[in-house]
Design a protein around this ligand. Structure first.
Ligand code: ADP
Length: 309
């Protein structure tokens, strides 16, 4: 068994319009790389965080350290690990920057310990890490980052995660304005009451989205990508949100909403050509602002976190 492993853990879009706190999908091509190595010191050492050095290296404050500790506690092991993190997503992104670190860390440690746990069980440990970032044990980013594809968190107690394969031509376009919105702050904006009429529309859309994903019905996916509850309360945090959404919908997006708690905004499209047009439209809207941004065009990641060859 090797003592060192390098992994890639993908970013993820959570909420996906109508599925606040219960839905997420992993995105290809952008995420964390990590090198994890066994040590003889019986300690978790976050050696370096390349890209965002201001993140905590204290293993009790870094999501990677907390998630690893949760796994080791369950195994009753005092094995130590050195962790190097190469971050490609700015924290506070809405595209699962912290979740990528938590999911990647437990996946790597599981490999080095001889794979005692299934990927599904790893989600449990990654959630413990994610709680450091968002205040609660959410799975809507760590589950897709670990398992790939779309994930529906049907229940938290007990944890019940349903994996859904994405339709073959479903593409995702994400714009990430380089401003930070912390999940904790974005949650504080939300009212805890939902009028019944709005709730009915919302669960109709969740069911429609599920059906559309299973049957590769792009038109139904598009009709169902509506959020009547959270988007209107949170969009004030995102510069140019209304214009961005209007423009991408005019350009033929299936739907568009806030990714996670923002500031990232995602759209879905049928096919790469449409996805590239939508990315160009996002670019046109944002280049008029003085805000720096990144745009990603990607398929839904099929496999989630993986070993780098
Ligand atoms: P995101 O959607 O980008 O994960 P969150 O607000 O959920 O945004 O998480 C960002 C918070 O998590 C920041 O306060 C950051 O300091 C903290 N954090 C701790 N460890 C990490 C890590 N390894 N990667 C990213 N963020 C981390």
């Amino acid at each position: 068994m090797s003592d060192i492993v390098k992994i890639f853990a993908p970013g993820s879009v959570s909420n996906v319009g109508c599925g606040f706190d219960i839905l997420g999908f992993a995105i290809d091509g952008v995420g964390d790389e990590m090198i994890v190595k066994k040590n003889d010191q019986h300690k978790i050492i976050i050696e370096s965080i390349n890209g965002y050095e201001e993140l905590p290296t204290d293993p009790k404050k870094n999501v990677a350290g907390v998630a690893i500790q949760a796994l080791l506690d369950d195994l009753d092991s005092t094995q130590g690990f050195d962790v190097e993190i190469f971050k490609n997503i700015k924290p506070g992104s809405g595209i699962g920057s912290s979740a990528a670190s938590a999911a990647g860390a437990v996946f790597a440690v599981n490999e080095l310990m001889g794979k005692p746990y299934s990927r599904l069980k790893l989600v449990d440990f990654a959630m413990k890490g994610e709680a450091v970032a968002s205040g609660d044990e959410h799975a809507d980013n760590v589950a897709p980052a670990t398992l790939g594809g779309f994930c529906l968190i049907r229940s938290y107690k007990p944890l019940d995660i349903i994996s859904i394969k994405a339709p073959a031509d479903l593409w995702c376009i994400v714009i990430h304005p380089q401003i930070e919105i912390k999940t904790k702050e974005s949650r504080a904006l939300l009212s805890s009451d939902i009028p019944l009429k709005k709730a009915i529309r919302q669960w109709g859309n969740v069911a429609g989205l599920m059906s559309g994903l299973y049957t590769s019905n792009y038109e139904l996916i598009g009709r169902s990508l509506e959020d009547h509850i959270v988007e209107s309360q949170r969009k004030i945090l995102i510069p140019e949100f209304d214009e961005l959404k209007l423009s991408v919908m005019e350009a033929g997006a299936l739907g568009c909403s806030i990714s996670g708690s923002g500031p990232s905004v995602f759209a879905l499209a049928n096919g790469i050509d449409k996805a590239n047009v939508i990315a160009a439209v996002m670019n046109t809207v944002y280049k008029r602002t003085s805000i720096e941004y990144k745009i990603y065009v990607s398929k839904v990641s099929e496999g989630g976190v993986q070993i780098c060859e």
